[in-house]
Write a protein of this length. Sequence first.
Length: 249
Amino acid sequence: MNRLDGKRALITGGTTGIGLAAARRFLAEGARLVVTGFNDDTLAQARKELGSEVAVLKIDAGDVQAQKKLAQHVADTLGQLDVAFINAGIGVFKPLEQWDEASYERSMAVNLKGPFFLVQALLPVLANPASVILTASVNAHIGMPASSVYSATKAGLISLARTLSGELITRGIRVNTLSPGPVTTPIYGKLGLPAEELQKMEDALLAQLPAQRFGTAEEIAQAVVYLASDESRFAVGSELVLDGGFSAI
């Protein structure tokens, strides 16, 4: 407890799944928080659960202008920022022939362009030292069918963490990525697949997992706390893969 005592933190995509689990852990560890989401229902639920001391904002993670407004809100609310957990993202999985330009652009905007311009917008408020954590994915390392665009965005984040670390470390800002494997979160329910197809996909993933189970959002959140805390101050441009052995076989 108190590993983040007094730290001022931003969590994007913090109203469900890994982001919400991280928000709970950050509060338990003593952090002050600003959290973002996009769905009205989950925003309302997060406000109720996290309490009135946490600013829970509706932000489109793919809108560059919205990232500037978010950075200004962080400055107005917290002053400076010690931790930015940039976690908001979408998962769209479909074969190459089914992609159109609009869908491609939306995935790129939310998963890669938005995070890039959010880090840029946050530069004036990031403290020295500060930790920036990007949520990537094990998909960046494997050739999973129907994941072409999603995997490309996550590979971009891993590269971004390395290059931005080299660029920003002299300002005391370290950037790392967290790459989960299959985790029990609401993302699968957002794919729009029939229940039978969704179950087939989950069964296929489970069959490839040496751990013989999906991870939990809470397990990933513990790793986020580590990367956010001073315990990880020697982690610079690193990637922490938590995938139950998925990428090891």
